[in-house]
Design a protein around this ligand. Structure first.
Ligand code: HEM
Length: 154
C-alpha cells in the first residue's frame, strides 16, 4: 500500500472542506437511501467524525500497530449503529466516487486501486471485529434467560 499516495491525495480532497462529506453523504443517499437512513437527519457532527476518522486512518496507513486496534474498536462500535457487513461495499463505493469527483484528473487508475485496496482492508478489519461482537452477544443469555436462571437457583 502506498501510504504516501493516499495521504497526498486525501489532503488534496480535504482542501474542498465541508463539500467533501456533503458530496459523500449525498452520493450514499442516492445510491442506498436505506443506509443513509441509519445516520441522523442532521449530519454536521457525523460529517466531521467520518472525515476525522478517515484522516486518522490515512495518516497511520503504514503504522498497522496503531491502526488495527483503532479499526477494531471502530468496527465493534458500528454494531450499535445498525451497520452490517453488507453496508461496507456501498459505503466504499460512495467514498471512491467522492475521491474521484474531487481529485479530477489527479484520479488515476493506480490511485483508484490504492484506495480500493486500502478501503477493503479497513472494511475487513472493522467487519471482523463486528462479527466477534455479534458472536459474543449471541452467546450471552438474554435478560429473560438470565432472570429465569436466577429464579431456578433460588
Ligand atoms: C471506513 C469505514 C468507516 C469509517 C472510518 C467510519 C467512521 C465512523 C465514525 C468515526 C463514527 C463516529 C463514532 C462515534 O461517535 O463513536 C461513525 C458513526 C457511524 N457510522 Fe461509520 N464509519 C465507517 C463505515 C460505516 C458503514 C459501512 C456504515 C453503514 C451503515 C456506517 C454507519 C455509521 C453510523 C450509522 C454512525 C452513527 C451516526 C450517529 O448516530 O451519529 N459507518 N462512523
Amino acid at each position: 500500500m502506498d501510504a504516501e499516495a493516499l495521504r497526498a491525495s486525501w489532503s488534496s480532497v480535504l482542501a474542498h472542506g465541508d463539500e467533501v462529506p456533503l458530496f459523500f453523504y449525498s452520493h450514499l443517499a442516492l445510491s442506498r437511501p436505506d443506509i443513509r437512513e441509519l445516520f441522523p437527519v442532521v449530519m454536521a457532527g457525523q460529517r466531521d467524525k467520518f472525515v476525522v476518522a478517515l484522516g486518522r486512518i490515512v495518516s497511520s496507513a503504514d503504522r498497522t500497530d496503531e491502526l488495527v486496534p483503532y479499526l477494531q474498536r471502530l468496527g465493534a462500535t458500528h454494531v450499535q449503529f445498525g451497520t452490517t457487513s453488507e453496508h461496507y461495499a456501498p459505503v466504499g463505493q460512495s467514498l471512491i466516487a467522492t475521491l474521484a469527483y474531487f481529485l479530477g484528473e489527479l484520479w488515476t487508475n493506480e490511485l483508484a486501486q490504492q484506495w480500493q485496496a486500502a478501503y477493503e482492508l479497513v472494511a475487513s478489519v472493522m467487519q471482523d471485529a463486528a462479527a466477534e461482537v455479534e458472536q459474543i452477544s449471541g452467546e450471552l443469555p438474554t435478560a429473560e434467560e438470565s432472570s429465569s436462571a436466577r429464579s431456578e437457583q433460588s
